[in-house]
Design a protein around this ligand. Structure first.
Ligand SMILES: [Zn+2]
Length: 309
């Protein structure tokens, strides 16, 4: 046998041995596109996973700068979990391609699209075209804002982690069961706080909130954006003000990454209030986990409903 061949066989053997032992001993490397998915991954993964995310909770998840520093982290990822429904289409594909990590490409074994496990609203029925600028062509991608979808995401993580690291299956399933229990208890508290405001009408800037509003009984009557992803226009703003006046709507909910000029002028024209509601973990620094996200938004809504009567 030639020396070169010997070397090849030795390298393969060493590599295989290293991969075998390190897999059992080391943690799974999980990348998620958003901080919400990252927190849910930590809930079930505990100290058996390293979790990192790309978009920050205070950024518009439709429009994130694909920084090259993410490529290295994607290279080492065992799993990439995405929100899907084209939420990340403007920034994730080049990062995935450049990572050269076959596992995390769409359809790969380390690619997990959470939208396939969740209840999705606003799925278009007719012909869909992104040419119209609508950033929700496959249904509403802000589905993590219903806690029941958070539960489904956590369960999907538990099942995937169990498949990837079967020795720790009981650990992951146990942590999911505990999360489910704590979430159910928290939902009781959130429901009690929101119960007096069932059926209240609100306006939101972007269509980020149908899942949240559906879950907690709020009625979104209109949007500051004429279509998802399309900036406000003077004619639409005028219609919005008239619509709010006619229906006596006083609350304008705005995601933290939008310009406040149009919402403020709508508030001035209607005697209403602008409120920055947080769509994601990390939207403000006190929201460090999925529970605090709902705590924050529900407390803010309750205080606003009391203010505008
Ligand atoms: Zn959106």
């Amino acid at each position: 046998m030639k020396n070169f061949q010997k070397f090849q066989i030795l390298t393969v053997a060493l590599f295989t041995a290293a991969a075998g032992t390190s897999h059992a001993a080391s943690k799974l490397n999980i990348m998620t596109t958003t901080q919400d998915l990252a927190d849910l991954a930590r809930e079930v993964g505990g100290d058996k996973v390293n979790v990192d995310s790309i978009a920050m909770g205070y950024q518009d998840p439709h429009f994130v700068e694909p920084k090259p520093s993410f490529i290295l982290r994607l290279q080492k990822a065992d799993l990439l979990a995405v929100v899907g429904l084209d939420l990340e289409i403007g920034w994730l594909p080049p990062l995935q391609t450049q990572s050269r990590n076959a596992k995390i490409q769409k359809g790969g074994n380390g690619y997990l699209d959470m939208s396939s496990f969740c209840k999705i609203l606003e799925i278009p029925t007719g012909q869909v075209s992104r040419a119209m600028g609508d950033v929700h062509p496959l249904g509403n991608p802000h589905y993590w804002l219903n806690p029941d979808n958070g539960r489904r995401i956590a369960q999907a993580f538990a099942n995937k982690f169990s498949e990837m690291d079967s020795a720790d299956k009981d650990y992951f399933q146990g942590r999911y069961t505990d999360f489910d229990k704590r979430l159910t208890a928290a939902e009781k508290g959130w429901d009690a706080k929101m119960a007096p405001y069932k059926g209240r009408k609100v306006v939101t800037y972007h269509r980020s909130w149908p899942n949240f509003c559906d879950r907690f009984g709020l009625n979104v009557i209109d949007y500051v954006e004429p279509r998802p992803g399309i900036p406000p226009t003077p004619s639409h703003t005028l219609e919005l003000i008239n619509n709010m006046k006619q229906q006596g709507v006083k609350l304008i909910l705005v995601e933290p990454y939008f310009d406040l000029r149009t919402p403020n002028s709508v508030a001035a024209g209607t005697g209403g209030e602008v409120a920055k509601l947080m769509p994601s973990v990390g939207g403000v620094k006190e929201i460090t986990n999925y529970f605090q996200l709902f705590d924050y938004d529900i407390d803010l809504l309750v205080s606003l409903f009391q203010k505008v009567k």
